[in-house]
Design a protein around this ligand. Structure first.
Ligand code: ARG
Length: 450
């Protein structure tokens, strides 16, 4: 493609080192769509005749079919998807093919392809996120009133329900979807026409190209347009954060399915055994999700690092944007799909949940609130209940069976009524709190919005 200036062919090792076709071939649909839109604008600019355009379009469609069918011969001498396709086109249709690259550089071409690719993948990921939210919602529905302890520091804190706990993840995933939707706005801008870095003396109708490709607008600075990888960084960050959320969900499930908790049983189809210990049933999907989150973080850091020292405009370092991007997309899509399937098939063990939630210490705060309602300042109430807890621990008598009236005159005969889980939960009526009424309303709201 640049033989004019060179006396020697590119060294084999350099070709091996610099090729990207082994991974960027996956953008062939986007590359072809971009080329067709570019060629249509070339007709308007008088560069191509209608016949030449038809030959280009048809040739590109044939190439697309060949790649679809796995019949296209990719060559590393042609480095990347852009040159592989252009070269095949010129072989196929001759002179018209050689005109296609007028007023275009691989720099604006690769930016266009990558943006189209990201846009499509963002939409897939949003759909997968909605599916996972749906699976969580179904389980939340079944267990809107199944009480479990809520934890801080992994120590039992206060009662919540399984439904409330699972809806917390529905919230996180919804923010992820919003972030993706927002990132998509900055992805969906057309850089084509920016050329190598300074546009072109041949003016193509950029608005028409953008419109044909479904972009919302065109970029407004040619130098920024071809060196900008912010949209990839944002996309990678958003995927990394989805990873954080999935990893936390995984950790909860890993704990919940241990014998120590026993709140959940994962289906046989989503667990693995041990080659040595016959009794084992391991939550590998959760562990893999937790582990793969590291890759998502690594990919973000790789891109940020590759971009950080680059003078304007294009530098070949930027080719290093694609493998992290593709890896995060592949990793995350599969993670979302397998987690959706796994969540849809979990079994919540209501009895184990009830046993854990029956710990009266979960209602120690409610006891302090009882004192507050009897006029005791909260700090003093906290101390009084603390003393009761200490007495319970020391004597081995559960908190709800102590004679509280002996500890302080502020306790009435009705103090022990605090220890009804149902009443305690029902009293949590503030918006966002886990009363069954609230959780049921939240479920209905999510059902509607998903
Ligand atoms: N394969 C290249 C990349 O992904 C395409 C752009 C090449 N541009 C260039 N000036 N060498 O970045």
């Amino acid at each position: 493609m640049w033989k004019g200036r060179f006396a020697k062919a590119t060294a084999d090792l350099v070709q091996q080192y610099g090729e990207s076709i082994s991974y960027d071939w996956r953008m062939y649909h986007h590359d072809i769509a971009g080329s067709i839109a570019h060629a249509r604008a070339q007709v308007k600019a008088g560069i191509l005749t209608e016949d030449e355009f038809s030959a280009i379009e048809q040739g590109l469609r044939e190439i697309e079919k060949e790649i679809d069918a796995g019949e296209f011969d990719f060559s590393i001498e042609l480095e990347d998807i852009h040159m592989n396709i252009e070269s095949a086109l010129t072989k196929k249709i001759g002179a018209a093919g050689a005109k296609l690259h007028t007023a275009r550089s691989r720099n604006d071409q690769v930016a266009t392809d990558t943006r189209l690719y990201c846009r499509e993948e963002i939409d897939y990921i949003i759909t997968h996120l909605t599916d996972l939210q749906g699976a969580l919602l179904e389980q939340a529905k079944k267990h809107a009133s199944t009480i479990i302890p809520g934890y801080t520091h992994l120590q039992r804190g206060q009662p919540v329900t399984v439904g409330h706990h699972l809806l917390a993840y529905v919230e996180m995933l919804d923010r992820d979807k919003n972030r993706l939707t927002d990132c998509r706005i900055r992805v969906n801008v057309c850089p084509l026409g920016s050329g190598a870095l300074a546009g072109s003396t041949i003016n193509l109708d950029r608005e028409q190209i953008a419109q044909e490709l479904g972009f919302d607008r065109v970029t407004t600075n040619s130098m920024d347009a071809i060196s900008d990888r912010d949209y990839i960084a944002e996309f990678l960050f958003t995927m990394a954060l989805v990873g954080t959320h999935l990893s936390r969900l995984s950790e909860d499930l890993i704990l919940w399915c241990s014998s120590e908790f026993g709140f959940v049983t994962l289906s046989d189809a989503h667990t693995t055994g041990s080659s040595l210990m016959p009794q084992k049933k391991n939550p590998d999907v959760c562990e893999l999700t937790r582990g793969k989150t590291g890759r998502l973080y690594g990919n973000l850091v790789a891109l940020l690092t590759a971009a950080k020292g680059l003078p304007l405009t294009y530098n070949r370092d930027l080719q290093e944007d694609k493998e992290p991007l593709f890896d995060s997309i592949d990793t995350l899509k599969l993670a979302l799909r397998v987690n959706t399937e796994m969540i849809a098939n979990i079994q919540i063990n209501v009895e184990a949940c009830e046993t854990a939630a029956s710990d009266p210490l979960l209602l120690a705060t409610d006891l302090a609130d009882y004192l507050v309602k009897n006029g005791v300042p909260f700090r003093q109430a906290h101390e009084l209940v603390g003393q009761a807890v200490a007495a319970s621990v020391e004597s081995g008598t559960p908190l709800d069976q102590l004679d509280l009236t002996k500890i302080s005159e502020h306790y009435g005969a009705d103090a022990n009524k605090v220890f009804s889980l149902q009443t305690a939960l029902a009293a949590r009526t503030n918006s966002g709190a886990p009363s069954v009424k609230n959780v049921t309303a939240e479920i209905a709201r999510w059902q509607e919005s998903l």
